[in-house]
Write a protein of this length. Structure first.
Length: 339
């Protein structure tokens, strides 16, 4: 059993901890928190051992009635792999801690690419992370784009990708984020950071990305145009995507016209926290004109990277090949929507 520690128990960390706990070949050593808030209380209720991420604040947990299993160094020392789910920039600060303990680490997409040996997507470049000391699971948007670009590249070749990302202003719990009543180019320059991030997974891909930020919290939406290198038609692309377990083709009959209904669908399906681990692609939006493919997809920014984190743990330990890892992850978590 691979012993996994999760440093950071917020939006991503709590989901990763649950996913690790569900795996048949992994055991959760514990989770590290900076303070005894409601998330720390939730971790304790689940029986997850708590570690103090900031040793100087360890006494606050006892004052809040929460027992600690130790400090973050103890967690790192006990783990075979640490998944760093701390806020952007903190992961880079933690890198020396993991190196000092000779503990492989998985970082998140909010960190710069040079934080790790490889930028990772389970569908696109799993093999590059096998046996590495560190991997960076790319951002939610880059994960979503990688999942469609990999099969398109294999089946048709990709000449050029152009993507406009309509981004949520903040997660539901990020009360300090905005905009409140505005639509912002984000950034106003081109490309947005997403294109260069995709290139950390697909170095030779020609991609342009534009970003916009809107006053929403539920999901991101992508308007995608891919110029293919060989002929295709919409039906063939739909069939290609239907074979991808981390892609959900929303049928027209579902009457799901936006992110609000997608989240309602996830809640009705009994998904924990209403999570959608899959890209949600409107099947009727898939259109091919000549060699230009067009589609709309929605990305749940709180959860789509979670299965990738689990796969990254296996890649670093060499515990399985790509297909085996993805299948194990998906079976344990319940990834894949058979509408």
């Amino acid at each position: 059993m691979t012993q996994v520690g999760v440093n950071g128990y917020g939006t991503i960390g709590k989901r990763v901890a649950d996913a690790v706990t569900a795996q048949p070949d992994m055991e959760l050593v514990g989770v590290a928190k900076t303070r005894p808030n409601f998330e720390a209380e939730a971790a304790a209720r689940k029986g997850y051992p708590l570690y103090a991420a900031v040793p100087e604040r360890a006494d606050r947990f006892g004052e809040a009635g929460l027992d600690l299993a130790g400090e973050v160094e103890d967690l790192v020392d006990a783990a075979d792999v640490v998944v760093d789910c701390t806020p952007s920039g903190v992961g880079a600060e933690n890198r020396s801690l993991y190196r000092d303990h000779d503990t492989p680490a998985v970082f998140q997409g909010g960190e710069d690419a040079d934080v790790a040996e490889v930028s990772f997507n389970a569908r696109a470049n799993y093999a590059e992370a096998v046996g590495a000391d560190s991997a960076r699971v790319v951002s939610c948007n880059t994960t979503g784009l990688s999942r469609i670009l990999a099969p398109l590249e294999e089946a048709y070749g990709v000449g050029k990708a152009r993507v406009t990302l309509v981004r949520r202003g903040g997660d539901p719990g990020q009360t300090g984020r905005g905009p409140i009543d505005d639509i912002l180019p984000d950034p106003v320059t081109i490309p947005s950071h997403h294109g260069p991030d995709v290139n950390t997974v697909f170095p030779d891909l020609d991609i342009d990305t534009l970003g916009m930020k809107v006053p929403a919290t539920l999901m991101h939406t992508h308007s995608v145009n891919v110029t293919l290198e060989s002929e295709a038609d919409a039906a063939a692309v739909r069939e290609l995507f239907a074979d991808e377990s981390r892609l959900f083709l929303i049928p027209e009959s579902a009457d799901i016209d936006g992110s609000g209904k997608l989240k309602e669908f996830a809640n009705d399906a009994g998904r924990p926290r209403g999570d959608l681990w899959e890209n949600c692609i409107w099947a009727e939006s898939i259109t091919v004109e000549g060699r230009d493919l067009y589609l709309f997809q929605a990305i749940h920014q709180e959860s789509d990277v979670v299965p990738e984190n689990v796969d990254a743990v296996r890649a670093l330990t060499g515990g399985a090949d790509a297909a085996e890892s993805r299948a194990t992850t998906e079976d344990a978590m319940g990834v894949g929507i058979d509408y």
